[in-house]
Design a protein around this ligand. Sequence first.
Ligand SMILES: N[C@@H](CCC(=O)N[C@@H](CS)C(=O)NCC(=O)O)C(=O)O
Length: 205
Amino acid sequence: MKLYWSSRSPFVRKVMVVAHETGLDSRIECVRTVVSAMNPNVELMPSNPLAKLPTLLLDDGTSLYDSRVICEFLDTRHAGARLFPLDWRERLPALRWQALGDGMMDFSLARLMERTRPEGQRSDSLIVGARAKLAASLAALEAAVPALDALPLSIGHVAVGCALSYLDFRFAADGWREGHAALAAWHATFAARPSMLATDHVDAY
Ligand SMILES: N[C@@H](CCC(=O)N[C@@H](CS)C(=O)NCC(=O)O)C(=O)O
């Protein structure tokens, strides 16, 4: 399998963490790929018309996107405990946390894009909005720590853990741990997993 990949992408990291957790990482060839919302990568479009990362190309030529679809596919290809639980009592929180983690990545990427625009073209209101969503997301996760601790590792844990690590990578100055001691402790344990250590962000093409 070929994964269109970047060391900067939180969604790619989410897929790679799942690959490591499921023991499938050695079957994935990572292909460095540059994408941009402003200047879409046309070479990626035959595999993914949205020209986004991550995109997974299977050996039979089938392409899979986005990270949710790829992660769920990988979860059908191993014999260990399911990251997408079948029992709805565990599945619902896992999917909700995945939605929250993915959403945090989405508004963080949008905020990053605004930060890198030339001064006059920046939308301050988008940055303010992203900050408000971040505060609300962190408050919700702080309250969810007992449940995160109680349930077995799921795609929700992976998405939330990757979203928080992306904040460290791109928005360290925010100091997200302040006022979120329980979440910070949960994240410290999660970030020490071998799957996270093997997939650290690098700010390079
Ligand atoms: N919902 C998608 C989001 C993927 C995404 O936004 N990827 C970014 C890189 S981290 C991207 O490809 N951006 C290029 C673009 O927006 O055209 C997923 O879960 O995979």
